[in-house]
Design a protein around this ligand. Structure first.
Ligand code: ADP
Ligand code: GN1
Ligand code: MG
Length: 375
């Protein structure tokens, strides 16, 4: 079943569903919200003595996240830790600064409905918004600071190790192998139409082992990382653009800090949307990279020399890997990322590869920017 079809699944009885969670107020409405590729997200409005109260309701994509209970255990530990640390640092406004899970009335942070779907609810982060495309350097700088602070705050999360919600999520060697399998099988006869993109990847295949190897031999440390630091996974204040809250915590698990930085380079420096078809509009903006490096490095004081040395490379690598994943999904019939038109994943792949080429062209200048920030 393609994700286009999953998207059109019968809507549940929202009033009944929402009432299974420990919310306050009476259900008024549930409307689709945001532009995430994975979960089904709804903004819920309830009425509390004449005042609207908002929540986020999400159907967890359990084809992708195979153990929703383990995933929610991670999220509860992570959000509780963030809240404790923010509170200790004197931060007010905690309901906006860390996601808050609304438990089910029957207990537990998630519930499974009669149709076998997994649902969870969060407090709605008010007066803040996400961006699919960045508008100002200040927004980039703030987003980068927020993800760096997120990594800092989680550095002392007490044991045990978090669950790997998607094992080998950013392993570029395995992502390349999966693409090559998809090309060999070509179940929908789409490989011919993607010959240029396949060649683009093969010319860069050697990039894929670099960070995996440096991690394997102990040069790059494992940390608790977000692993999905695209720009629309951080909420910025509507009025001031100050970072408010890091969201989309499904992939928070042990990983490399570089993967988080790399995904910010991919999304926060892009001049166009992730699925822009006019490739002339797609390139990485150097002033946005400078703002990103400034914001991230102002908080991420914990980075080792080896990590610092790979920051610029990580942007090219993660952009290539996400492109590989879009291409693989296109070849396999669009079973992973939600699509909204035929060929959508191939369009997304093409923008990623155009970004890779742009990052390659600017790599020397970007190295200099990082060096200047580290002085
Ligand atoms: P996906 O995994 O599908 O990307 P997200 O958790 O990122 O799902 O949610 C999709 C969008 O919904 C986000 O980009 C954001 O705009 C919005 N959103 C998610 N959680 C909240 C929240 N707690 N408060 C307000 N908006 C939210
Ligand atoms: C997905 O969930 P969302 O839309 O924030 C994906 C990321 C990709 C991104 C590409 C769990 O992120 O890995 O980088 O799409 N999340 C998962 O836009 O696969
Ligand atoms: Mg998201």
């Amino acid at each position: 079943m393609s994700n286009e079809q999953t998207d059109k699944q019968a809507a549940p009885d929202f009033a009944a569903l929402v009432d299974l969670f420990a919310i306050t107020g009476d259900f008024v409405s549930a409307v689709r919200h945001g532009s995430g590729h994975i979960n089904d997200t709804y903004k819920v409005t309830c009425d509390l003595a004449g005042q609207p109260v908002h929540y986020i309701l999400q159907r967890i994509n359990h084809t992708i996240f195979k153990d929703p209970a383990a995933l929610m255990e991670n999220i509860q530990r992570v959000t509780a830790h963030l809240r404790t640390k923010l509170q200790a640092a004197g931060v007010s406004d905690l309901a906006r600064r860390a996601l808050t899970v609304i438990p089910a009335r029957a207990g537990g942070p998630v519930l499974r409905d009669a149709a076998g779907q997994w649902w969870r609810m969060y407090v709605f982060v008010e007066r803040a918004r996400t961006f699919d495309k960045v508008e100002t350097e200040q927004q980039v700088c703030e987003a980068a600071r927020a993800f760096a602070q997120f990594q800092c705050l989680l550095a002392d999360l007490p044991a045990p190790r978090l669950h790997d919600t998607i094992p080998n999520f950013h392993n570029a060697v395995l992502r390349l192998a999966t693409l090559r399998d998809a090309i060999a099988q070509d179940p929908h006869g789409r490989a011919g139409g993607a010959a240029a993109e396949i060649a683009f990847v093969e010319q860069r295949a050697a990039m894929c082992a670099r960070l995996v190897e440096r991690h394997r031999c102990g040069e790059l440390p494992e940390r608790i990382t977000h692993n999905d630091t695209k720009l629309n996974n951080v909420m910025l204040d509507e009025q001031t653009n100050a970072a408010v809250c890091v969201i989309d915590l499904d992939t928070v698990m042990p990983g490399l800090a570089l993967y988080d930085f790399g995904d910010m380079v991919r999304t926060a420096t892009a001049a166009a949307l992730e699925d822009e078809r006019d490739l002339a509009k797609v390139f990485s903006r150097p002033e946005m990279f400078a703002a990103l490096a400034r914001g991230y490095l102002s908080e991420a004081k914990f980075l080792t020399a080896a990590e610092r040395e790979e920051l610029v490379f990580s942007g090219r690598l993660i952009t290539l890997v996400i492109g590989i994943r879009f291409l693989t999904d296109h070849l396999l019939g669009d079973v992973y990322f939600k699509i909204h038109r035929p060929g959508h994943n191939l369009d997304r792949c093409r923008t990623q590869f155009k970004m890779v080429a742009s990052l390659e062209n600017q790599s020397e200048a970007m190295e200099q920017i990082v060096k200047d920030c580290l002085k």
